[in-house]
Design a protein around this ligand. Structure first.
Ligand SMILES: Nc1ncnc2c1ncn2[C@@H]1O[C@H](COP(=O)(O)OP(=O)(O)OP(=O)(O)O)[C@@H](O)[C@H]1O
Length: 237
């Protein structure tokens, strides 16, 4: 789980998005006023404007659902926040900095968009173990992740031998097992049954209650209803 200690250091002092909130152990604590800050964002793809002058601010501990019809720009926005989509104009800040596809950024940000590339020959459990092995601390143990994501009985199966929903649960387990303070999720409900979609809503609520921040694109009305809803134009939906 994200700890206060981590949050205290998620923003460097000296950036104007941070504010000192007190003194502890002789050091002024600074917390982010916003985790995500987008202003006047325009993205053109293939010569067509997909996002037009969008504004968005996301505070620590918020769950934000980007909602809208197919093709409205939800995935494009998430890709901008992940630093994977060059912007045409405007400003995108994540933790007070332009998102950069580098290790410092990905230590704090966990992204789930397309289906991950599964390693041939590794089981579901081994995929989670691999994720655990590359991070000094994880948010949960592999066994806990298998329990939470209802994969215990299929733990020794290769991902490609899982059902679509089971593979999505494995992808989510991987994303939520690793440490992060910002989750960027593109249609996390994809392939999940109704019961597990409700469970996912609980898990994202727990993540935010522990100080994490979630921005997701979703077509699931119930998942969206538990979040602050915005459209890719940036207005409340
Ligand atoms: N590489 C590209 N080149 C040109 N246009 C693109 C490209 N990628 C996406 N688009 C277009 O940009 C628009 C926004 O796409 P985007 O994937 O962000 O929509 P979305 O809201 O996530 O849709 P969905 O609900 O179907 O996932 C669409 O009209 C899409 O056709």
């Amino acid at each position: 789980m994200p700890r206060d200690h981590d949050r205290d250091h998620d923003c460097d002092r000296g950036h104007d998005h941070g504010r000192a909130v007190g003194v502890r152990n002789g050091y002024a604590r600074t917390v982010c006023a916003s985790i995500v800050s987008v202003a006047d964002l325009t993205v053109e793809l293939g010569g067509n404007p997909v996002l037009r002058g969008m504004a968005l601010t996301v505070s620590p501990g918020e769950v934000v659902a980007v909602v809208g019809p197919n093709g409205s720009g939800k995935s494009t926005l998430l890709r901008c926040l992940a630093g994977l989509q060059p912007v045409t104009s405007g400003v995108v800040r994540v933790f007070g900095e332009p998102p950069a596809d580098d290790s410092a950024f990905w230590r704090r940000v966990a992204l789930l968009n397309e289906e991950p590339a599964w390693y041939p020959g590794l089981t579901a459990r081994e995929h989670l173990e691999l994720m655990g092995a590359v991070h000094a601390e994880t948010r949960m143990t592999v066994e806990a992740a298998l329990e939470v994501f209802a994969l215990v009985e299929r733990a020794d199966a290769a991902p490609l031998n899982l059902s679509t929903g089971q593979r999505q649960r494995l992808a989510l387990a991987s994303t939520l097992l690793r440490p992060s303070t910002l989750l960027l999720l593109d249609e996390p409900e994809r392939g999940l049954d109704t019961g597990f979609r409700g469970r996912l809503g609980d898990l994202l609520g727990d993540y935010a209650s522990a100080g994490g921040t979630v921005v997701m694109a979703t077509h699931d009305d119930r998942l969206a209803a538990r979040a602050r809803q915005i459209s890719p134009s940036g207005v409340a939906a």
